[in-house]
Write a new protein. Structure first.
Length: 373
C-alpha cells in the first residue's frame, strides 16, 4: 500500500486562546466539516465540467482524507495533508486531486469576496452556505480563522461578522422575527448535524447545535404516534410570512398530539391562507371559548380527539378505530357540532347534532364516541 501525502490546507486560528500552539477540540470537529464541504464542492465541480456524465467516476473520493500532521506556533497553525494512503494503488493520472484543489480555491475566493454582490458565488447557495452553521461557530469575539495560510499570507478570513454574512447571503430579503410554532420532526441527520421539521407542510432544516437532540429523538421514537414539538425562537421569513430559516431556539418542548389545550394553542397560530393561499384561520375568540366549555363540561372518560382546522374557519374533531371512523365539525360561532360516525363492518352511518356550549352536549357526544370506540 502506497503512502502518498500532499500538503493541502493550513487553517490558522488567531486570538488569545491560540497563542500557545494549542487548538480546542471543538475546532478539530470543524476541520471535519471543512473537509466535507470541500469534498462536496469537488463532486459538484466535476459534474458541472462533465454535463454528459450521469455519475462520478468510480471511487472518486474513496480512500482520500485530510490528516492533521502538526500545529505550529505563532497563532495555532494547523497543517492538513491530503492522505491517499488507504488507496492500494494510487493512479497518479486520477484527476480527483485537481478537483479538490479547484474546490478549495473556489471556497476561499468566495469567502474573501463575501462583500461583493455575485450571484454566481457558491456562498449564495444555501447548500454550501449552511455548512457555516458548523464552521466557525466556536469562534469568540476578536478571534479569527483563516482557511489557509501560505508563508505569511493568509486566505479565507472568517470571523463572527463574516460568518453571519455567509449564513445570511442566500436569504437576502427575508425578514427576521421571533416565532412560536408547533412542528413535526421529520428527520435527524447526525452526519451533517442538522434536523428537519415540517411546519404547515413546509420543510425547514436547522443545526442540531440549536436544540436538545434527545428531545428530537423522543419525538421520532414512536412511529405510530406523531409527537409534535413546540419551538420558540428567532428565524427568517419570506414575503408570505412562512418560516424559511431557524437562527435561534429559545425553548423546545414535546407536545402530546392529543393534548387539547396544546392543539388549540397551535390552531390559534394559523393565519389566513394556510391552505395553498386559501383557507380561513380559525376564530381565536371562538377557540378560547370552546376551550372554556371543554374545561367546564368535558367528562373524565372523554377520549381526546385529533383536532384539525377546516378551510371555512371552523374545526373538526376526529376519532378512529379498526371498526369506526368518527368526525365532528364544530362551528366556532355558535358551538353547534354535527357528528358523523361510520361503522366499517356493517357500513352503518350515524349522524347526531350536539350543542357544545352545554354540559349535556359534551356528555351526549362522549357517550356516543365511547360506545363506538
Amino acid at each position: 500500500m502506497k503512502n502518498n501525502q500532499k500538503k493541502f490546507l493550513t487553517p490558522t486560528l488567531e486570538g488569545d486562546r491560540f497563542k500557545t500552539k494549542s487548538v480546542p477540540v471543538e475546532f478539530l470537529q470543524e476541520l471535519s466539516v471543512i473537509q466535507d464541504l470541500i469534498f462536496e464542492l469537488a463532486k459538484d465541480i466535476y459534474k458541472k465540467e462533465h454535463p454528459t456524465r450521469s455519475r462520478l467516476p468510480n471511487h472518486f473520493l474513496d480512500g482520500i482524507s485530510l490528516r492533521l500532521l502538526d500545529i505550529k506556533k505563532g497563532s495555532s497553525i494547523m497543517e492538513l495533508d491530503l492522505d491517499t494512503s488507504e488507496i492500494e494503488a494510487l493512479d497518479l493520472s486520477n484527476d480527483t486531486y485537481s478537483y479538490l484543489e479547484k474546490a478549495k480555491n473556489l471556497l476561499i475566493k468566495d469567502l474573501e469576496n463575501i462583500d461583493i454582490e455575485d450571484n454566481n458565488s457558491i456562498l449564495s447557495k444555501p447548500k454550501y452556505a449552511n455548512y457555516f452553521i458548523r464552521i466557525g461557530r466556536h469562534l469568540r469575539p476578536n478571534e479569527t480563522m483563516f482557511l489557509n495560510r501560505t508563508g505569511r499570507k493568509k486566505y479565507g478570513k472568517l470571523t463572527d461578522d463574516i460568518r453571519a454574512k455567509v449564513l445570511n447571503r442566500p436569504y437576502v430579503g427575508l425578514t427576521i422575527d421571533k416565532f412560536e410554532i408547533y412542528a413535526d420532526v421529520t428527520s435527524i441527520d447526525k452526519k451533517n448535524q442538522t434536523f428537519t421539521i415540517s411546519e404547515s407542510g413546509l420543510l425547514v432544516s436547522a443545526s442540531l447545535a440549536l436544540i436538545d437532540i434527545q428531545l428530537l429523538v423522543k419525538s421520532l421514537a414512536d412511529v405510530e404516534l406523531v409527537t409534535k414539538v413546540l419551538i420558540k425562537g428567532t428565524g427568517k421569513f419570506d414575503s408570505t410570512g412562512r418560516l424559511q430559516v431557524i437562527d435561534r431556539v429559545d425553548e423546545a418542548t414535546l407536545i402530546d398530539p392529543y393534548d387539547v389545550h396544546s392543539r388549540i394553542d397551535e390552531l390559534m397560530l394559523i393565519k389566513d391562507g394556510w391552505l395553498d393561499g386559501e383557507g380561513k384561520a380559525p376564530n381565536k375568540k371562538g377557540l378560547l371559548k370552546l376551550l372554556t366549555f371543554y374545561d367546564r363540561f368535558v367528562p373524565k372518560t372523554f377520549i381526546k380527539p385529533a383536532i384539525f382546522p377546516r378551510p371555512d374557519g371552523n374545526i373538526q374533531f376526529e376519532w378512529s378505530s379498526s371498526e369506526y371512523e368518527i368526525d365532528a365539525v364544530i362551528d366556532l360561532m355558535n358551538f353547534k357540532s354535527r357528528l358523523h360516525a361510520l361503522n366499517f363492518e356493517n357500513e352503518k352511518e350515524t349522524i347526531k347534532n350536539f350543542d357544545l356550549s352545554t354540559k349535556v352536549g359534551w356528555k351526549s357526544m362522549n357517550l356516543l364516541v365511547n360506545e363506538a370506540l
